[in-house]
Structures are given as C-alpha cells and as structure tokens.
Design a protein around this ligand. Sequence first.
Ligand SMILES: Cc1ncc(COP(=O)(O)O)c(C=O)c1O
Length: 421
Amino acid sequence: MTASAEDIKKQALADFSKYVNPQKARVLKNAGLDIIEGKREGACVWDITGKKYIDCITSAGSFNVGRRNPEIVAVLKKALDEYDLGVFLLCSKQKADLAKKLAGITPGDLQYVMFGVGGGEANDFAIKLARGFTMKTEIISTLKAYHGHTGFSLAAIGRDAYKKPFYPMVPGFKLVPFNDLKAAEETMTGDTAAIILEPVQGEGGIHPATDAYLQGLRKLCDEREILMIFDEIQTGFGRTGKMFACEHSGVVPDIMTVAKSLGGNLYPISATIYREELNDFLVAHPFIHLSTFGGSDLGCIVGMAVIDYLVKNKVPEHAAAMGERFQKGFDVLLKKYPDLLLEVRRKGLMMGLQYTNESIGPRMSYQLAQNGVMAIYTGNEPSVMRLMPVLVIQPDEVDFVIDALEKSMAAIMKQGGIEKY
Ligand SMILES: Cc1ncc(COP(=O)(O)O)c(C=O)c1O
C-alpha cells in the first residue's frame, strides 16, 4: 500500500521536528504554516496534499521572476548539459558576463563585482572592502536592520536577540535609528569607514527610507569620506517598482549588495558591486576574499537569464502597477478594520501591514493560510505582516489576496477582535 500525501506530510513534519528544528515546526503550526511545499508555479505553491496558496512569503523577495519561472528553468537545464560550477580560482567568462550586466543595470558608476553565494556573505565583503579601502574601522548600521547571519553582517544587524548569545561581536559597529539623519551625523567620526543600510528596511517591518534621508546621508558621506553601502538584497531586481530601490531617491551608493532574486531562487548567487576607485584595494589584495561556490558558472548563467527576463518583460513596471492595485484594497481594509490594521507601508510590491497589536500577526497568518495565502510577520517586528508576492503576480491573484485579507480580518473580528488576547 502506498502512503497517502497526508501520511507523507505527517512523517515529514515529524522528522523535521525530530531531526531539524522542533520549535520552528511548532511556531509554524500555530501560524497555520505547517505546509510542505509540493508543486510551485508562478505566484503559487501547492502543499503536497494539494492545497493551493498564493505565496506572499517568497523567502523575503527571492522569487521576483515567479516560482519555477519556465524560461529560467530552461536556461538552467541547458546549462547543466554543458557546465558545472567552474574552478573558482580561474577567470570565468560567465562571471565576466554577469559582472558586466550588473554594472550595466546598477545606477551610477557602480562597476566592479565580487561574487558570493548568499546575502550575508555579500554584506561581509562590502564591510571588509569598506574597512580595507578606507583603512578606517567604524561601521554605522541602523536599528532593526537585517543584513544576514554571517560575521560582519551579524554585527551590523539592529536586533540584539540575534547577537547576544554570540558576544563578543566583531568590534567597531554602531547602531543609529533609521531615517534619522541627525543621529547618523552625530555618530560619524574621523574613523568611520561606512554606513550600511537597506533603502527599505525589510525584517525591520517594511520601513522605506525617505528620499531626504538618503540624499542627506550621501552628502554627509561625501563631505566626510565615508562610504555608503546599500543592502538591496530584498529590495533589488524590481521589488519596489524600480530595478533598485535607491533609484527612487536618485542616490547612488559606493557599494551595493544583491542576492536572493538574482538566482531566480533556482540557483544561489550573490554579488557586491562597487565603484571603480574602490578596486584599488583588490589590486593590492587580489586574493583577499575567496569563495569556492560564489559566482559559479551555473549561478552566473541563471543570473544573466533573470536580469534579461526582468528587463524584457518590464517586471519592475509591472510590480509598480500591481502595488497600486494592492493599495486600493488596503485603503478599503484600513477603513473597515481600524481595530486591526493601523497602517500600510509600501514601496512597489514590498508591502507591510502594520497591525495594532503583536498578537494579530500570527493570527492573521493562520487565517490567511485557511484562505489560501501564505504570509508571515517580519523577523524584527512581529506586529508587521510582510506581503512580498512574486513580481509577476497577475491582477486576479492580487484581488484574491485582498479578498483573503478581508475574510481573515472578518474572522478575527468575529472571534472577538483583539479583546480576547
Ligand atoms: C536585507 C537583507 N540582507 C541580507 C540578508 C541575508 O541574506 P542571506 O540569507 O542570503 O544570507 C537578507 C535575508 O533575508 C536580507 O533580507
């Protein structure tokens, strides 16, 4: 007798609890997200039991081109017939091609590229480069920021809970409130190498930086010879309605990091892109930062296909239009459910629902899952639900998500709203 999908799921969840992470499994179950992914396509994912969801988690913006985008899948399959990861110590045509493409689509004079596998690594290198180039030590980062769990990036995170068990951190990091130019200015010293920030804080609860803040920081950094690092790992590749979020303010950083969607979530790859002048450091130290799998030939081929797809299909523009469509629905919900929904912060399809109470996040996740939408609250701010669907989401799918939000909020109000908690 073959096992049913339900049995396979039960076993997978039990094994996950026993061999991977029981507490994670419990938290997800309580939020109605004890889902074992089966089929994935476009904006959707199917639990192995067949239940369909619109994916608004997307590994925090890693599936901009859609889940298993058939064009990118075809490119990867073809590449596997010819290539492997390549020998990382050699020069590679694929690395050169993707670096050239990245230099072409990133703003201003960003030109040189160091490849990696994941986002944390890309930020690690950005910070290393800033210290190595300026020969200064201090790094300023922002409260509630998220930059990854590797060494330098972890030190830059704006949430103590991720760091405390591992103290001491890499020294020389100072945290300032986000969107507070004065605080940044007062923290800068003659030994400040760089400031690192997300143009829209993701894990921190979807907080877009104001144009004035970024422009003011740029001016301060220029005056004081401090480098600006933009972490565009969540915001990049069309997520905010422009290819890169910094384009909204017209501010060009000295170093930009990208990861997640660059690999179409089919092949891991990340990149640290920086101005030509900074390459002096690499000229002096060409082998200072190595990665066996970073910028592999396969990863670079996928990265090129992703960028071509985004440009050819005007995906950033589509994201901006779909964001507007979402906004119309949010405006109705804000009026109808003021006890639950305080405000919506949004840039393109990077969307955060600020609930009135921390307990609402998990309850909404649960209700939304019942109504066919996968969504979860942000890591550094549980009162905020992040909605980050694929950028190729279609109008009827947007309407489906809005309808699911409405049904979920109605269900919570029916249970007695927030008073019960
Ligand atoms: C803004 C930002 N930076 C860095 C990272 C770390 O990327 P990775 O998990 O690939 O190391 C993330 C991951 O969520 C992120 O959202």
